[in-house]
Design a protein around this ligand. Sequence first.
Ligand SMILES: NC(=O)c1ccc[n+]([C@@H]2O[C@H](COP(=O)([O-])OP(=O)(O)OC[C@H]3O[C@@H](n4cnc5c(N)ncnc54)[C@H](OP(=O)(O)O)[C@@H]3O)[C@@H](O)[C@H]2O)c1
Length: 255
Amino acid sequence: MRPEHPVALITGASWGIGEATARALAADGFHLALGARSVERVSSLATELATTHGIQAWGGPLDVRDGDSVQAFLDQATERLGTVHVLVNNAGLARGLDRIEDVRDADWDEMIRTNVEGVLRMTRACLPAMRRAGWGHVFFLGSTASHGVYEGGAVYCGTKHFVRAITETLRLELLGLPIRITSVDPGMVETEFSVTRLGSRERADAVYRGMEPLVAADIAECIRWAVGLPDRVNIDQILVKPRDQAAFHRVHRQS
Ligand SMILES: NC(=O)c1ccc[n+]([C@@H]2O[C@H](COP(=O)([O-])OP(=O)(O)OC[C@H]3O[C@@H](n4cnc5c(N)ncnc54)[C@H](OP(=O)(O)O)[C@@H]3O)[C@@H](O)[C@H]2O)c1
């Protein structure tokens, strides 16, 4: 049964969709464990949300690429807040838009270690407690890149196809348990994502020029809605794009 104040662990809560999800869930009374490498940001966000919403919140260091960091974060979160009921596997990134002939080892390493290994590691670490608690929900931040590919996106799209595979596999493996599994798969959302991918604010701004992208709060609202539904309802997948985007290559822009 759903606890009165479920504990949600959000990876990559320092910026963008993770931060917005923390804000949305805090407003709904969730206690929060917020992880990222930018410790000051998650720590001050936790303090702000605890004060504003009267919830328990803690922000601490988390690097999902590192098994010791994942275990230390989960141990501390559990000690401070109790059992983790909701995992939002949000930490993720793209590096570059290089074609396969040119893609760099460092870039694919970072994407695969974060988006693939990080998601596996977090999920494996959190599931036993959810089983014991008898109520859980795992969210995966996939992407439209979980469903298709584009030039220069082989590695990022590959990692998000993986996220789709693990989501669907987990739903089969956990059938019969009171743990829900939801994939949230956005199109273009204006966050730090494109700055990280392209290396400058100017190049990132060009991605959204003349069109209206989604904002992080739109994705947070999808998560808030799915976790708030009655326990019998599992939203498998939310594919959500801006009205101005029909496909990767089909974006409506004002000239
Ligand atoms: N924006 C989009 O258009 C879009 C579309 C589809 C899917 N997504 C997915 O949505 C998720 C969130 O992206 P966003 O748009 O919110 O991007 P963002 O603003 O760049 O935020 C990314 C977050 O991930 C964290 N992160 C990165 N590497 C990490 C690591 N090794 N350990 C822990 N945290 C890490 C970052 O925190 P630190 O740097 O502080 O660690 C940051 O908080 C990603 O999985 C992304 O692939 C985004």
